[in-house]
Design a binder for this molecule. Structure first.
Ligand code: ADP
Length: 404
């Protein structure tokens, strides 16, 4: 069974073709700068485990359909291709950022599902409309092939009301569905499931706190395989301090800046999403640059690192409480979580009294494979588990199609 996973952005398409008999990646790549004067396509093929080929095209790619057609040409190419014909594709799995509270699980695309994704678009306008373009392109180019949508928000739909409700007038929830949704759900589901497997338990048997620390950062409390709380909210701005996003701030900052600086709400929204977080504090948003600057004595870079890791630590404490103190593992994943041993160490620093103790030697360095990094006498296990959202989308797509 071969599954094509598509993550369509407003000017890009990330794709991966997997053979689900052994979950091997057959091909992967990215189409970017769609609609710009020169577009770019990267195609990597792995027809066998010991073979790899890379193709890069630079040419105008006016729309998603043109980009996807180029990908299909390469997938079926006599030399570089990994399939003979698109009829070998069993299903297409699409990543969708926002499913609102309509989607608790993956769904087969039909008119009602497409409409629901469009209806949810005001909460994630750039993302959801781009995903719809991806779905419509795939429907046209793969006629008769089941299209499955997998939502970043779905895993968090098990949160209880006390975790997802905001203390705003109730009609804002009833009429506009203003509430916490949470994001990165596919990643949180994947790494919490992998943590259970690596600890030799079923997901139902363990409680896990998952830290997805990339450009965007979020944390989830996962109880018996189900999410009970997560740090992002109505939008991906809430919670942890991120590369360019502020995370939690006093909501009255909006009104204050409007009154004192005459800024409009959309200007403040843009500042909080694009010019805040690490970038706002020290002028850099890549953790590698921040460590290099700290080495040279940059105090703002040191402050930014301390702020990020303090916020992470506070959320761990909060989720320990949400899980009644019964936590089997803490999991680090994504660009920073997988690669940055300093952030991991500073995040759990001083939590020994809560049974959380790192082994500095095991923690050292990057992780391309899952690894345990806790000390032998740590009550809570600590894991670094590389995330794999494409594989999780492919698994969910396979399960839905197989059961359908
Ligand atoms: P996205 O959220 O866009 O998927 P990633 O999960 O790829 O992002 O994370 C990107 C971030 O990971 C970078 O901005 C950088 O801060 C961090 N990162 C990547 N590699 C390293 C590394 N070797 N050491 C420290 N941080 C890293």
């Amino acid at each position: 069974m071969k599954i094509l996973v598509i993550n369509a952005g407003s000017s890009s398409i990330k794709y991966q073709m997997l053979d689900m008999t052994d979950e091997a990646v057959l091909a992967s790549g990215l189409v970017e700068r769609i609609g710009e004067p020169t577009g770019k396509l990267v195609y990597k093929a792995f027809p066998d485990s010991d073979q790899e080929s890379k193709t890069v095209l630079e040419q105008p790619i006016p729309d998603h359909e043109t980009g996807m057609k180029l990908v299909i040409e390469l997938l079926t190419d006599a030399d570089k291709g990994v399939i003979k014909d698109i009829s070998e594709i069993t299903a297409v799995g699409h990543r969708i950022v926002h499913g609102g509270d309509k989607f608790h699980a993956p769904s087969l695309v039909d008119d009602v599902v497409e409409q629901a994704i469009e209806d949810t678009a005001p909460m994630a306008p750039l993302h959801n409309m781009a995903h719809l373009a991806g779905i419509r392109t795939a429907k046209a180019l793969f006629p008769g092939v089941p299209q499955v949508v997998v939502f970043d928000t779905a895993f968090h739909q098990t949160m209880p009301p006390e975790a997802y409700m905001y203390a705003l007038p109730y009609e804002m929830y009833e009429k506009q569905r203003v509430r916490r949704y949470g994001f990165h759900g596919t990643s949180h589901k994947y790494v919490s499931g992998e943590a259970a497997r690596l600890m030799g338990k079923a997901p139902e048997e363990c409680n896990v706190i998952t830290l997805h620390l990339g450009n965007g950062c979020s944390m989830s409390a996962v109880k018996g395989g189900e999410c009970v709380d997560t740090s992002m909210g109505l939008t991906p701005l809430a919670g942890l301090i991120m590369g360019t996003r502020c995370g939690d701030v006093d909501p009255a900052v909006y009104a204050f800046l409007e009154r004192s600086q005459g800024l409009t709400l959309s200007e403040i929204d843009s500042i909080m999403n694009k010019r805040s977080g690490l970038l706002g504090i020290c002028g850099m948003n890549d953790m590698r640059d921040i460590h290099a600057a700290i080495e040279k004595g940059d105090e703002k870079a040191a402050l930014a690192l301390n702020m990020v890791t303090y916020r992470n630590r506070q959320y761990i404490g909060s989720y320990m409480a949400s899980l009644g103190g019964k936590v089997d593992a803490i999991v680090f994943t994504a660009g920073i979580g997988e690669n940055d041993d300093i952030v991991r160490a500073k995040t759990v620093e001083g939590l020994e009294a809560m049974g959380i103790k790192l082994d500095p030697a095991k923690n050292a360095g990057r992780a391309t494979e899952p690894k345990a990094v806790h000390a032998a006498d740590s009550r809570v296990q600590i894991w670094v588990i590389p995330t794999n959202e494409e594989l999780e989308i492919a698994r969910q797509t396979r399960d839905l199609v197989a059961g359908a």
